[in-house]
Ligand binder design. Structure first.
Ligand code: F6R
Length: 369
């Protein structure tokens, strides 16, 4: 049932083009307007959302951070992202115009469920982005967007992460459509670019051999750092989490802008640093700033490994290894830049002989608080 792969994890990493495609599938009605799976609140209420709070844990919370960048940009609704287990303990400000968006693969994560229940009690509207049909969180929510990514068996999340991000984009575009925030032409342009993503993921999977051989060569490394900025920041966090979970290696993700505020002190000769490089076609001088970060850590002896957009020749000179991903809109890049980091963690853990499907101390569905 592993479809010829050594592990469910490898199978699920390789299923990602299909997972994203299935998440995007059948989302428009006869008039070409976006729809949700289940809507138990009026579109009018959703339209009048004054604030969005995204609640999730672990990998799902990193998908939530990507969602924040995209949804704020497209809808101009303020978005907060909060770890679900912290939410109830800070006296959050909620009213009937607050939309609480929970993100969960299993739909059974107790921390997330309790946060959603609390938000409902406080009068918020709740929307669930979830992979498991009929699970508790979507059943208790006012609206649902299912991922349709198929069952995820490996304990550590991979294809659900990409599907969550894709679903968050759909939600952002749906809200933008309700509010008339984007022209329908802009929405269909973004959707068209989203539909091109699965084939682009496939080209990354097809060149996985280079990433795998780097992972094998690095099996003895005690620590790996990950840097990213803008939507690359949660990708860096996810890259670090995958390495901790699968390979039991100390790994930390940082926002690249934080480097000089502390973490740069960690850099010594030979320290591997992954850098998720923003698109050179993105906003302002972000790309240049991240290239400077690569130079800064390299000057202090770091082994720099970059994930960058195809054609970004500026990074090559400062990278010991560079993995290129195909071009897309800057906001959509996480659907591509995540993939090399997943392959790296999975290959490194396999090289060490670990069971990548059942990492120690972890459970697929965390049903206790
Ligand atoms: C990471 C991982 C966990 C889950 C988290 C939330 O690989 O599997 O961090 O993402 O426990 O789980 P769900 O999405 O089921 O709510």
């Amino acid at each position: 049932e592993k479809g010829g792969y050594d592990s469910f994890m490898e199978k699920e990493i390789n299923e990602q083009p299909k997972a994203v495609e299935d998440t995007l599938l059948g989302r428009t009605d006869a008039e070409g307007r976006l729809t949700l799976d289940e809507l138990r609140i009026s579109p009018e209420q959703l339209k009048n959302t004054s604030k969005i709070i995204v609640l999730a844990c672990g990998t799902a919370a990193y998908a939530g951070t990507v969602a924040k960048y995209a949804i704020e940009h497209w809808t101009r609704i303020p978005v907060e992202v909060e770890l679900a287990h912290e939410f109830r303990y800070r006296d959050p400000i909620i009213d009937a115009s607050t939309l609480v968006v929970s993100i969960s693969q299993s739909g059974e994560t107790m921390d997330t469920l309790m946060a959603v229940r609390y938000a409902k009690e406080q009068g918020a509207r709740t929307l669930s982005i979830c992979n498991t049909n009929g699970s508790t969180i979507p059943r208790e929510s006012d609206a649902v967007l299912y991922l349709h990514a198929g069952p995820e068996i490996a304990v550590a999340s991979t294809k659900a992460f990409l599907a969550m991000i894709a679903a968050s984009y759909l939600l952002g575009l749906y809200l933008a459509q309700l509010r008339g925030q984007l022209f329908s032409g802009q929405i269909s342009d973004i959707l068209a670019d989203l539909h091109k993503i699965p084939a682009k993921i496939q080209t990354i999977l097809d060149s996985a051999v280079d990433i795998k051989s780097l992972a094998q060569a690095m099996a003895q490394t005690p620590s790996v750092l990950f840097l990213g900025r803008h939507v690359g920041f949660p990708v860096a966090m996810e890259g670090a989490l995958k390495l901790k979970e699968l390979a039991y290696i100390h790994a930390e993700g940082f926002a690249a802008g934080e480097l000089k505020h502390g973490p740069i002190a960690l850099i010594e000769e030979g320290q591997p640093v992954f850098v998720v490089v923003p698109s050179p076609r993105g906003r302002d001088s972000l790309h240049g700033k991240v290239v400077s970060n690569i130079q800064e850590v390299r000057a202090r002896g770091a082994k720099t490994i970059t994930v960058a957009e195809e054609g970004d020749e500026a990074v090559r000179e400062f990278s010991e290894n560079v993995f290129f991903v195909p071009e897309t809109q800057p906001l959509l890049m996480p659907l591509l830049t995540t993939v090399p980091l997943q392959i790296f963690a999975c290959a490194l853990a396999s090289e060490k002989g670990y069971d990548v499907d059942q990492p120690r101390n972890l459970a697929k569905s965390v049903t206790v608080e």
